[in-house]
Structures are given as structure tokens and as C-alpha cells.
Design a binder for this molecule. Structure first.
Ligand SMILES: Cc1cc2nc3c(=O)[nH]c(=O)nc-3n(C[C@H](O)[C@H](O)[C@H](O)COP(=O)(O)OP(=O)(O)OC[C@H]3O[C@@H](n4cnc5c(N)ncnc54)[C@H](O)[C@@H]3O)c2cc1C
Length: 380
């Protein structure tokens, strides 16, 4: 075994760290307050290659491995989880799905714009009455020969308004249940496609979450991804990889909050000494460091499984379940280490505590991860 990162991995990590500190940190508090999408920063991340890290180079992607991607996700999330979720959705849900299952034409037309950040992607599975229970969705796409007619509502869509390319999951034949589901590429501007108002969120407030409605939207047949009936499998496969990205986001939020708490403990004095010298604080930092290190190993193992052609359903679900719990625990303690300062915006940790919560909800709640894990370990 070798736990050492390659020189290339170290370079990617450093590039993401530099970008996060120099470009994301200034303005992160204001963007959170105003619920402002990090438009300029996302454009720059596209130019630097963070928007299509794992995608094939012939379509503008970086051709990198999943380990590189999670290293970048951790560093970006240490500073700004609203920006990192844009990276996560674009990379693991949209680019990966198109790169792996798209046709040559779809890759040329759509993927090459997504990998460079010229256009942003969104992944549209959830509906008002179908979140965890994705098979209960009501959106339909009726086959009309050379096109489908799409009708329905999707909600909670990350990049909902900023995106221009949407992967939409819909029923084509309800009788066939999950085998009657397909995935489609829908473009902003198609007639009958409307973006609803922005959600007012607790955390990741800089990210852009909207509901979407489709009223008789004409989607060309060539925009269907994979064979007829492949949509549910497409969504599940894509989300299995997406979870590794969200696990890395959770890890980054935890690691960022821990680093702030550690530095604060060295400068804040109480009872005549720096608070790090009080064992209650030092032990908190020890617990935070230990759980973050454990989460990092789980995230890396899941990424390594994916890169080496192993099944990563179990390791990805465990990494997300554990890292998201660590993100919650560590951010709550980071606020505590900061005392009253932890409760105000300028010290960042209160935002990180709010941001951490979403990692237990999207791309499969913690309860759903436990279903995936228990089914996997009880299968044999
Ligand atoms: C900020 C944000 C961004 C999002 N981005 C996207 C996106 O880009 N694309 C997209 O498609 N979706 C997105 N989502 C939706 C997200 O994936 C869903 O909210 C999530 O899957 C949970 O679905 P739900 O909200 O309908 O909750 P429900 O499914 O109604 O669950 C409610 C509660 O019941 C629990 N529960 C449900 N079923 C079971 C069960 N069988 N056993 C035990 N417990 C269960 C859940 O764990 C949860 O605690 C986003 C959500 C948010 C809040």
C-alpha cells in the first residue's frame, strides 16, 4: 500500500487551494448573504479546468482520475461550498454521465461546452413528490416518433437558472415502472421550459436552486441518453459517482472549519492563556482531526475504487454517510471553539455549519445511504 499522493495530485491540490484562497474567499460572506451565484468564479474555474476534470480530453475534459477530482473538491469546499457544488454537479452528474453514456454527437454538441465552463449543466431527477423515492416521479416524455413531448415539474435543481444544459429524467412508459424511465438532454430556451423562483436556503446560499417546469417541451429523439429504458440506471449510476464528490465536499467543509478553529485556538486567550492550552479545547481539536482523517481515507478509498474499476456503490455511500456526519459534528464544534465569534458571519464557521447540513440531504439522504449500505452488506 502507498498512501502518498503523486506529484501531479499534489499540483492539482495546490492549484485548487490557491484558487480557493485567492478567488473564492474574497466575497464568500457577501455571496452567502445576498444568495449570489459565483458567476465570475465559475467562469475562471472553467478556464482552469475544474469544470470537466474527469471528462475525456477530446471533448475538452482534463482526463484526470477521481482522486484528482476529490482533492480539488476538498480544497474548494474548505472555503466555499456554494462554488464547489457547482463543480460537483457539473463534473460528476453532468459531464461524467454524458462522457460515459452519451453518443458522439451529444458529446460534441454538449459535453465540449460543459467541460470548459462555457455552459453549465444541471441534473434533474427530484420532483415535489419524488425525492428519495425516485421511481414515483410524474414527469412524462411521450414518444412522438422523431421527438418526445416532455411535461412535468422538477424541483431543488442545483444550477437551476445558471445552467444551459439540463439532464432530465422522465417516464416514457409508466407501466414498465423503472424500466420505463429515460434521461434527456434539454436546453434552456426550448419552448415550454420555464425556470421557477430561486429557493431561499439555509446553506450553500450562493448556489442557484430552482424548480423547473416543462409544458409540452419538444425534445429531439437524438437527445435521449442511452437505449430506451436506460434512464433509471443512468440516474443511479451517475448518482453513485456523484456521492463521492459530495463526500469530498463534506470533507472539505469539515477540514476548513477545523483549520479555522485550530488557528483561532492559538490566538484567543481566556484565563491568562491561549484557549488551545485548555484541555477541553485541545481534545475537541483532537476529535475533529481524527474524524476528518478517517473521512478523508474513506473518500479516497471510494475514489480509488472508481479509478480502478471496482464497484464503488458501497464505498461511495459509506464515504458520503460518514463524511457528511463529520461535516456536521466538526462545524458545530468549530463554532463552539470560536465562542461568541463563532456565531457571527465574519468568522466563517457559522456559514460552514449551515452549509454542512445539505451534505446529509442531497444526492441521497443519510437514511438512503444506510439503505444502500445495508443492502450491499446483506446481499451475500
Ligand atoms: C439545496 C438542494 C439542492 C438539490 N439539488 C438537486 C439537484 O441538483 N438535482 C436533483 O434532482 N435533486 C436535487 N436536490 C433534491 C435532493 O436530492 C432531495 O431533497 C433528497 O433526495 C431528498 O428527497 P426529498 O426532499 O423529497 O425528501 P423525502 O424523500 O421526502 O425524505 C424525507 C425524509 O424521509 C426519509 N426517508 C425517505 N424514504 C425513506 C426510507 N425508505 N427509509 C428511511 N427514511 C426514508 C429521508 O431520508 C428524509 O429524512 C437538492 C436538494 C436541495 C435541498
Amino acid at each position: 500500500m502507498d498512501f502518498k499522493l503523486t506529484e501531479e495530485h499534489e499540483m492539482i491540490r495546490q492549484a485548487a487551494r490557491d484558487f480557493a484562497i485567492n478567488e473564492l474567499k474574497p466575497g464568500v460572506i457577501e455571496r452567502d448573504e445576498k444568495q449570489e451565484f459565483p458567476k465570475e468564479q465559475v467562469k475562471k474555474m472553467g478556464e482552469l479546468g475544474f469544470m470537466g476534470m474527469m471528462a475525456s480530453p477530446e471533448y475538452g475534459g482534463g482526463g484526470m482520475d477521481t482522486v484528482s477530482y476529490v482533492l480539488a473538491m476538498e480544497e474548494l469546499s474548505k472555503i466555499d461550498a456554494s462554488a464547489s457544488v457547482v463543480v460537483s454537479v457539473n463534473n460528476s452528474l453532468v459531464c461524467w454521465g454524458l462522457d460515459t453514456y452519451g453518443t458522439e454527437e451529444q458529446k460534441k454538441k454538449y459535453l465540449s461546452k460543459l467541460t470548459t465552463g462555457e455552459k453549465i449543466g444541471a441534473f434533474c431527477l427530484s420532483e415535489p413528490e419524488a425525492g428519495s423515492d425516485a421511481t414515483s416521479q410524474k414527469t412524462t416524455a411521450i414518444d412522438k416518433g422523431d421527438h418526445y413531448i416532455l411535461n412535468g415539474t422538477k424541483n431543488w435543481i442545483t444550477n437551476g437558472n445558471s445552467a444551459e444544459i439540463y439532464l432530465v429524467i422522465a417516464h416514457t412508459d409508466k407501466e414498465k415502472k423503472h424500466r420505463g424511465i429515460n434521461a434527456f438532454i434539454v436546453e434552456k430556451g426550448m419552448e415550454g421550459f420555464e425556470v421557477g423562483p430561486k429557493e431561499q436556503k439555509m446553506g450553500i446560499r450562493g448556489s442557484d436552486t430552482h424548480s423547473l417546469t416543462f409544458n409540452d417541451v419538444k425534445v429531439p429523439k437524438e437527445n435521449r441518453i442511452g437505449e430506451d429504458g436506460f434512464g433509471f440506471k443512468f440516474a443511479m449510476k451517475t448518482l453513485a459517482g456523484g456521492r463521492i464528490g459530495i463526500a469530498a465536499q463534506a470533507l472539505g467543509i469539515a477540514a476548513g472549519a477545523y483549520e479555522m478553529a485550530k488557528e483561532y485556538s492559538k490566538i484567543r486567550k481566556a484565563f491568562g492563556t491561549e484557549i488551545k492550552n485548555h484541555q477541553a479545547i485541545a481534545f475537541k481539536l483532537a476529535d475533529m482531526h481524527t474524524s476528518i482523517e478517517a473521512a478523508r481515507h474513506m473518500v479516497m478509498k471510494a475514489a480509488w475504487d472508481k479509478d480502478n474499476g471496482h464497484n464503488y456503490d458501497l464505498s461511495g455511500a459509506m464515504a458520503k454517510l460518514y463524511a457528511s456526519q463529520v461535516a456536521m459534528d466538526v462545524t458545530v464544534e468549530a463554532v463552539q471553539v470560536h465562542g461568541g465569534n463563532g456565531y457571527v458571519k465574519e468568522y466563517h464557521v457559522e456559514r460552514m455549519m449551515r452549509d454542512a447540513k445539505i451534505t446529509q440531504i442531497y444526492e441521497g439522504t443519510s437514511e438512503i445511504q444506510k439503505i444502500v449500505i445495508s443492502r450491499s452488506i446483506l446481499a451475500d
